[in-house]
Design a protein around this ligand. Structure first.
Ligand code: AG3
Length: 275
């Protein structure tokens, strides 16, 4: 193999490797090791602790699916909270919705936002929207201190290791429930159905105990472990499978469509079996 390669060890037994054109930036932030690299295969990539967070070429699968599914499940979402998501990709998708009046981004690491703005402008661009407030604080604490505040809460976290562990706990989900308005919708990124089936099963069971409606949906993300990715949704009132599509806003997307929204909840037998 010619050139310089970056490998993410996705599991102890599996790596994804990409050839680097160049390393654009590297630093140790107070929270993590951060790098932005340029790759031939996927364009620019954001790495946190040597884990691929997002790439210019495949980010839209993930960002569109984590944002538009809950936003279209709610008939009139006005306020949204994003926890993590410092690259701005989720916020960019949220501000496409005309009903949105306010987006609060709670990111613990200010350096993620600064570097995304500098090196990943096509992902970070939504952060400049006038409706967006950025707070550099702990999302777990933020949610603990809110009640009946948000229509939509989206957790766009790193993997469940280190500081992100608390974002995958039943206690956190109970606080999310309280922070949502009476008809609010919650979505979190919940890892790979191929490599994290026990985690996904536990999260689904927790959500079923807390929310009247709990569901799992899938998308493909080429650069994530297994290439197939799970999102867990909890809803107080609206069923994501009963969207009135005549009322849904027209938003420009590259992956998400109403048909893909519906289809994403059709779970293959191997997933149904472990739930
Ligand atoms: N959040 C990271 C999802 C986890 C990816 N895991 C991995 N590659 N091992 C995505 C941040 C994008 N806004």
């Amino acid at each position: 193999m010619r050139g310089i390669w970056f490998s993410e060890l996705q599991t102890p037994d599996l790596a994804i490797s990409v050839r680097l054109n160049q390393t654009l930036h590297h630093e140790k932030t107070p929270y993590q090791e951060l790098a932005v690299v340029d790759t031939e295969a996927y364009g620019r990539m954001l790495l946190l602790d040597n884990i691929i967070q997002t790439t210019v070429k495949d980010e839209f699968f993930y960002h569109e699916m984590i944002a538009h599914v809950p936003l279209n499940t709610h008939p009139n979402p006005r306020t949204a909270l994003v926890i993590g998501g410092g690259d701005g990709g989720v916020v960019r998708e949220i501000v496409k919705h005309p009903s949105i009046e306010k987006v609060t981004l709670v990111e613990i690491d200010a350096r993620v936002v600064a570097n995304a703005r500098e090196y990943l402008p096509e992902i970070a661009c939504g952060l400049d929207d006038a409706r967006v407030e950025i707070r550099f604080e702990d999302g777990i604490e933020h949610v603990r201190q809110r009640e009946n505040t948000y229509d939509i809460i989206i957790v766009d976290s790193t993997d469940p290791i280190g500081p992100a562990v608390g974002l995958f706990s039943a206690e956190f989900y109970r606080n999310v429930y309280r922070a949502l308005k009476a008809d609010g919708v919650f979505v979190a990124q919940t890892e790979s159905p191929i490599f994290n089936s026990r985690l996904i099963r536990r999260i689904q069971r927790d959500l079923k105990e807390i929310f009247p409606i709990a569901r799992l949906y899938l998308t493909t993300v080429p650069t994530y472990p297994g290439g197939l990715w799970a999102f867990s949704l909890g809803s107080k009132k609206y069923d994501p499978l009963e969207v009135d599509w005549r009322q849904a806003p027209q938003v420009a997307t590259r992956y998400y469509t109403p048909a893909i929204h519906q289809a994403a909840f059709s779970l293959p037998p191997f997933v149904q079996e472990f739930l």
